[in-house]
Design a protein around this ligand. Structure first.
Ligand code: NAI
Length: 338
């Protein structure tokens, strides 16, 4: 791949020497689908993350251009580009964290499940690469439908004998980011000071905001609860319709993905008290996968946290969410099995 020259390797060595003189070591991060609507701004945000020492940008198109562009930012991470399937293994070898936003996005009128046929195959291929080249890496899966692509990834890893449920995380952070913003609007707070747990999954009714557990504690009228729940569940569709055929959320998603990846890196570094919502292998419900708050650490998910007390409205929402989730999970599992 063009950007890796002798000169760059020398500079890598020089930087490694500098780091050993006291600076914290960084992590190696790959983005698969790095030239896409999410991938590009996400590449930029990961390039400015001080915990990243090496950033690999892989895509089947335009990876060299995005790499050249991002590599000129005078931040710490060394950026390398990888174009097309023959370079997938080099892109993945040695990575600590692999972020996957590869695949097609929604157009107006489509559900996330309508993306299944294309994205399932892409995720399967990319995860086979992860199993082979960096089986210990933490995987952040963004490609939709997340409710099915996470089970697909798990099946691929099981087949390869590398599945570690702590290391596979479906990214639902955008639902939390939206919930924080929309709730802050209603209660008149700074969105940075609001934290809304969002559990279940990442599509329609499976997105279950727990408004009874908002931090700081606050109460809502029944109308506010219905408006907020509806807006949070349909936030993605709001963007798809506003973009009118040009795709789905990319900028807010890149922000959310960068926030989640940063939390994973802080966990890997051994920081205490890193908690985010994520769609993971779980025993919180009878379903094999479910999104709740998880505690992140050196191995990825150190602990899947319980749902906490739900009110009647949320309990009813949970039942609806579980019904739809069961179907989406099964669809992912049987895609790999057949
Ligand atoms: P996009 O079409 O702009 O970019 C996707 C990129 O993936 C393209 O550059 C494409 O070349 C690349 N790609 C396709 N096949 C590939 C393969 N086999 N290997 C590597 N790269 C490949 O789409 P966008 O808007 O960036 O969305 C990407 C995915 O993220 C979609 O599935 C979308 O539904 C999902 N998404 C997930 C969200 C979440 O909250 N988890 C939120 C928003 C979108």
């Amino acid at each position: 791949h063009p950007p890796t020259s002798q000169m760059e390797e020398t500079s890598l060595l020089r930087r490694a020497n500098c780091r050993s003189k006291g600076a914290a070591p960084g992590f190696k991060v790959a983005i698969l689908g790095a030239a896409g609507g999410i991938g590009q701004p996400l590449a930029m945000l990961m390039k400015i993350n001080p915990l990243v020492s090496v950033l690999h940008l892989y895509d089947v198109v335009n990876a060299p251009g995005v790499t050249a562009d991002v590599s000129h930012m005078n931040t710490g991470a060394v950026v390398r580009g990888f174009l097309g399937q023959p370079q997938l293994e080099n892109a993945l070898t040695g990575m600590d964290l692999v972020i996957i936003p590869a695949g097609v996005p929604r157009k107006p009128g489509m559900t996330r499940d309508d993306l299944f046929n294309i994205n399932a195959g892409i995720v399967k291929t990319l995860c086979e690469g992860v199993a082979k080249c960096c089986p210990k890496a933490i995987v952040n899966l963004i490609s939709n439908p997340v409710n099915s692509t996470v089970p697909i990834a798990a099946e691929v890893f099981k087949r390869a004998g590398t599945f570690d449920p702590r290391r596979l995380l479906g990214v639902t952070t955008l639902d939390v980011v939206r919930a924080n913003t929309f709730v802050a609007e209603v209660i008149g707070l700074d969105p940075r000071d609001v934290n809304v747990p969002v559990v279940g999954g990442h599509a329609g009714v499976t997105i279950l905001p727990l408004l009874s557990q908002v931090n700081p504690p606050c109460s809502f009228t029944p109308d506010e609860i219905s408006h907020l729940t509806n807006r949070i569940q349909n936030g993605g569709t709001e963007v798809v319709e506003a973009k009118a055929g040009a795709g789905s959320a990319t900028l807010s998603m890149a922000y959310a993905a960068a926030k989640f990846a940063d939390a994973c890196l802080h966990g890997l570094r051994g920081d205490a008290g890193v908690v985010e919502c994520s769609f993971v292998a779980s025993q919180v419900t009878e379903l094999p996968f479910f999104a709740t708050k998880v505690q992140l650490g050196r191995n990825g998910v150190e602990e899947v946290l319980p749902l906490g007390p739900l009110n009647e409205f949320e309990r009813a929402g949970l039942e609806k969410a579980k019904k739809e989730l069961a179907v989406s999970i099964e669809k992912g599992v049987s895609f790999v099995k057949k």
